[in-house]
Design a protein around this ligand. Structure first.
Ligand SMILES: N[C@@H](CCC(=O)N[C@@H](CS)C(=O)NCC(=O)O)C(=O)O
Length: 201
């Protein structure tokens, strides 16, 4: 299995989830400007889409879209999913909220938009963060252990810190808690993010 990723991109959530699940996988970095992989392939030739995450399974099938990839990991490793009769549905509900409402709202920050647009997005993201902060069910979003939703939200919280988007205290603590997990530390080290954070400090 191989994960195509870019440092600090949303694929970091999948990177962490694969490590947490203990799934053996290879990883290959993608330059999102050129869309070339480290070995010189065009990402679009692999996925037909040209963005990360792209996960190539052992049988050659290609999975894309964070919601689908994270749901697939949780389906095989229920310790990263949600319990109960509505567990899978609640997981997809929360992943979709992160993807479509929070991830999507960061676009102006990545695409050099004007300040007015960034301020509007920052307010939207802060409102969505509050939704999660007010409903935390334990140390993690849904209780005492993290789910794949926590890992996706973690990446959004790192982006918020980078771009100065306000983060509620409960989610700040969640971000630190996930960053301290061995899987997150390893994923961040493998993506070169620890050096990046030190340089930013
Ligand atoms: N619909 C995709 C979007 C993924 C996405 O936005 N990936 C970004 C990195 S966070 C990317 O690869 N951007 C490069 C591009 O779209 O050209 C998903 O939800 O997985």
């Amino acid at each position: 299995m191989k994960l195509y990723y870019a440092p600090l991109a949303c694929s970091l959530a999948d990177h962490i989830a694969l490590l947490e699940a203990g799934i053996p996988f290879a990883r290959e970095r993608v330059d999102l400007k050129t869309k070339l992989t480290a070995s010189g392939q065009h990402l679009a030739d692999i996925s037909g889409k040209g963005y990360v995450p792209t996960l190539v399974l052992d049988d050659g099938q290609v999975l894309t879209e964070n919601i689908a990839v994270l749901d697939w990991i949780a389906a095989g490793h229920p310790q990263l999913g949600l319990d109960g009769p509505l567990g899978r549905t609640r997981l997809i509900e929360a992943l979709t909220f992160v993807s479509t409402e929070i991830h999507g709202a960061f676009k102006p920050f990545w695409h050099q938009a004007g300040q007015a647009e960034k301020t509007r997005s920052s307010n939207t993201i802060a409102r969505h963060f509050s939704y999660f902060a007010e409903r935390m069910q334990g140390k993690y979003l849904f209780g005492t252990r993290p789910s794949v939703v926590d890992f996706y939200l973690f990446v959004m919280l790192l982006w918020a810190r980078r771009f100065g988007v306000p983060v509620p205290a409960a989610l700040d603590r969640l971000c630190d808690r996930i960053a301290d997990r061995p899987a997150a530390r390893l994923a961040m080290a493998q993506e070169g993010l620890l050096e990046m954070q030190r340089a930013d400090a």
